[in-house]
Design a protein. Structure first.
Length: 183
């Protein structure tokens, strides 16, 4: 799990130094909201020899948005996060899947990060990954946001066709998941 890995903590500190503003380019129309918001909330707590609790989550988890609509992502936590589009089958549902998130490593690599081997220092070389048409429309599209007050908010367009469901996770904390319902 990445959340207490020293490499992740160094990445979080490095991302904090770089404000992010990312905007897609495509426009569209539909019946859903033209602008939507997603917040990253939660905290970490520990009781030694009893538990480690990490309550990071996307709020809301399901977000209706018009094709071509704008999403503004705000991070209210002390950690860096990503909002990364994945296939429904790639959303982890068990501890084993969270701890062995192969799609997380692949998306991290597309951001120029290395979850295997030596840690990557500094902010991710690539803060926005756009694998399909411009905007968020396909698995692999991903944005990284720094900790609260140091790297956000981040704004991007969802350009998938109406009727599309885009599942997303955080590659650093893969139990965090949600979906865009594109109208």
């Amino acid at each position: 799990m990445q959340s207490w890995n020293p490499r992740h903590l160094l990445l979080t500190a490095a991302i904090a130094a770089v404000p992010l503003t990312l905007v897609g380019t495509a426009l569209g129309a539909g019946k859903g909201p033209a602008r939507a918001k997603v917040e990253i909330n939660g905290a970490e707590s520990i009781k030694p020899n009893v538990y480690l609790q990490i309550g990071f989550h996307f709020t809301p988890g399901t977000i209706p948005v018009r094709s071509g609509g704008t999403i503004t992502m705000t991070n209210n936590t002390k950690d860096a996060h990503s909002l990364s589009i994945v296939k429904a089958s790639q959303v982890p549902h068990t501890i084993k899947q969270v701890e062995n998130c192969s799609v997380c490593a692949a998306i991290a690599k597309s951001h120029g990060l290395n979850f295997e081997g030596p840690p990557t220092f500094g902010p991710p070389p690539i803060r926005l990954v756009d694998v399909g048409a411009p905007g968020f429309d396909a698995p692999g599209d991903s944005s990284v946001i720094g900790p609260k007050g140091r790297g956000g908010p981040v704004t991007f367009k969802v350009t998938a066709r109406p009727g599309t469901i885009l599942n997303f996770i955080c590659i650093f904390h893969p139990w965090m998941d949600g979906r865009f319902l594109v109208k």
